[in-house]
Design a protein around this ligand. Structure first.
Ligand SMILES: [Zn+2]
Length: 140
């Protein structure tokens, strides 16, 4: 049965992004780190955003991160009805330790508790059979 009113979206896994999703399934957050200049590239790219190098080995980053900025979604988040039951949703730009800035949901965090500079830790949340999405929660 395909009930789009209650389903949440699943990631589209491509050859470019597969290592990211495989690592998430293993509980690791990975990003591409340029072998030539060290720039961490995220989201995944075929070449480095700084120097164009195509040697971008996947590197474990985090698990910690710091909130750079944030927003609270109190209506149907990003037009996907399946997320209605999760509202309000805390979303943040997170500077991942040893990684790049990424956009992610912050769970186990009341909207009034999110703030710039808050320390977070990544956690992999199952969203389907064998598929996990990196989300963050406040560090203990
Ligand atoms: Zn580079």
């Amino acid at each position: 049965m395909n009930d789009t009113a209650t389903e949440t979206p699943k990631p589209e896994i491509t050859d470019q992004t597969r290592p990211f999703w495989e690592a998430a399934r293993e509980g690791r957050l990975v990003m591409q780190k340029c072998a030539a200049c060290g720039t961490v590239n995220f989201p995944p790219k075929p070449w480095c955003i700084d120097c164009g190098c195509r040697d971008l080995p996947w590197t474990t980053v985090g698990p910690g991160g710091t909130v750079y900025s944030w927003t609270i979604s109190r209506s149907v988040a990003m037009n996907w009805p399946g997320w209605t039951g999760q509202l309000p949703v805390v979303m943040a730009l997170v500077d991942v330790d040893g990684g790049a800035r990424t956009y992610a949901q912050v769970i186990d965090c009341a909207p009034e508790d999110i703030r710039t500079g808050l320390r977070l830790v990544v956690t992999m949340v199952p969203v389907g059979e064998d598929v996990f999405i990196p989300k963050f929660r406040p560090a203990a």
